[in-house]
Write a protein that binds this ligand. Sequence first.
Ligand SMILES: Nc1nc(=O)c2c([nH]1)NC[C@@H]1CN(c3ccc(C(=O)N[C@@H](CCC(=O)O)C(=O)O)cc3)CN21
Ligand SMILES: O=c1ccn([C@H]2C[C@H](O)[C@@H](COP(=O)(O)O)O2)c(=O)[nH]1
Length: 274
Amino acid sequence: MEGYQNLLRHILENGIEKVDRTGVGTKSIFGYQMRFDLNDGFPLLTTKKLHLKSIIYELLWFLKGDTNIGYLQGNGVRIWNEWADENCNLGPIYGAQWRNWNGEGIDQIQTVIDTLKNNPDSRRILVSAWNPCVLPDESVSFPENIKNGKAALPPCHAFFQFYVAEGRLSCQLYQRSADVFLGVPFNIASYALLTMMVAQVCGLQLGMFIHTFGDVHIYNNHFEQIKEQLSRKPKALPQMHINPDVKSIFNFSFDDFELKNYDPYPVIKGEVAI
Ligand SMILES: Nc1nc(=O)c2c([nH]1)NC[C@@H]1CN(c3ccc(C(=O)N[C@@H](CCC(=O)O)C(=O)O)cc3)CN21
Ligand SMILES: O=c1ccn([C@H]2C[C@H](O)[C@@H](COP(=O)(O)O)O2)c(=O)[nH]1
């Protein structure tokens, strides 16, 4: 994961101070790309211990089309708690747009799978979580937006595309806004895992995960944590084993994933900007 260390250094050296919605303030750059060859191991940060359980359950939750945090909480995952309303809802965020675009019954994930199987050379194999119809009104609270049928937050990982060449599946994500300390390590692992799952159910080999960013930032209360991480030398990547018997993208469960040889440095805590 030297690519991640390079991104941290790049923001520290070139970032511009910027105020932001949360009031915390950031050091930010605009436009960046990282590339991970999924044959080199599973791209899970080693310079701090990541809670893979949260990453896997969040991805399974998106794939279910679920936008209520009840499922996450039932599995001990707290990462979405701050944005949900009193009924545990988040409004039509990722899962809703992936599986039921704009509430119109359009299943973008099923379409991706069908196209990869039947027309892998297509240049139209993509999913958009960005739906202008449900963007929140920034002048009202999260619960107020949810009550009005809007999403609590606009999607950050907004748009992704699949590509097949020589039997290998690659995925490129456009992330419009990226919290480099808390969000990005989750996002890399989540899309790497999604690409592996899609490859398995479509009978494809693994290619690249390409992570393209818009506003990528370090929050002002994460600098100590970033410095600590930069003092640590990345270790060898772990390997992810997926139960080969699962043949539908919607049939994976938590026990189908096994991570081997993960030997990270200790956890580094940081506050999430709300
Ligand atoms: N400021 C901000 N950063 C984010 O990364 C983020 C948001 N907001 N809002 C929506 C989602 C929620 N996501 C989150 C939220 C919290 C953690 C977090 O606290 N991570 C800790 C603990 C993880 C755990 O207990 O599972 C970490 O150390 O990684 C990570 C991703 C990603 N997103
Ligand atoms: O998957 C995610 C979700 C969110 N983030 C970060 C990026 C920003 O720091 C905040 C969202 O705030 P906006 O004002 O809507 O940009 O959450 C992330 O990195 N990854």
